[in-house]
Design a binder for this molecule. Sequence first.
Ligand code: APR
Length: 246
Amino acid sequence: MSRDLVDRLQPDARITVLTGAGVSAASGVPTFRGADGLWKNFRPETLATAEAFGRDPKLVWEWYAWRRFRIAACDPNAAHRVLADWSRRFKNFNLITQNVDGLHERAGTRNTICLHGSIWEVGCWQGCATAPRRWRDDTLSFAEIPPRCPHCRGPIRPGVVWFGETLDPTVVRQASKAAECDVFITVGTSAIVYPAAGFITAARHHGAYTVEINPETTPATSAVDLSLRGGAEMVLPLIDQQLVGV
Ligand code: APR
């Protein structure tokens, strides 16, 4: 394992990790663009946009209900566990995730910044005055699809960020702040979706030592200081084993 990286993972270092679907692959959660990725089998424009929901909320919910069901049967893997442990051991640790599966949270990770929302949250599609913007809902089999807002009886929508929607500005600000760090590790993302992929370059501009962990190359590979080829569930425990006294 690279000494360059291990030597920089000091107790008071500012460490930020960006994760994508690849970090949950070993847990059994499908990625989006991998060999059997979701976007190989489903068309994002018919399932993951506000227009698609407006057109056919039942179809969209059936797909999210299927994903919730599938994710509920998955557990955090070794990669999630190492990152959760680091979030307790390193005092300046932040995790920016594109994942909506909630596995980082289930592993007990602190300081998680969820860029794309959560599949375990919902919101009122009509944005009625009495409903909070988002609320937690772990229901696996809804009595009715689309499920109804308890305040206005209109449909509720999944609490994820869809293509064409803007991210929550507060969350983007938090992620931009976290990119001001000493070590920035991007794990399990194809680094093609923005603004998430942009934080890799931003961290570099802030002088961070940048690392990529991915079994495949991505557009970020040539931009980082160190590229580690392998699964996150293998590589992160190997790095962790090298950390002495942290
Ligand atoms: N460990 C690390 N990386 C892995 C592993 C693994 N075990 N298995 C696959 N990968 C890598 C793949 O090589 C790929 O580069 O994870 C990446 C997954 O890429 P995508 O499927 O494109 O997922 P992600 O980058 O998270 O997608 C970004 O796009 O569809 C939208 O909103 C959705 O958040 C998502 C965003």
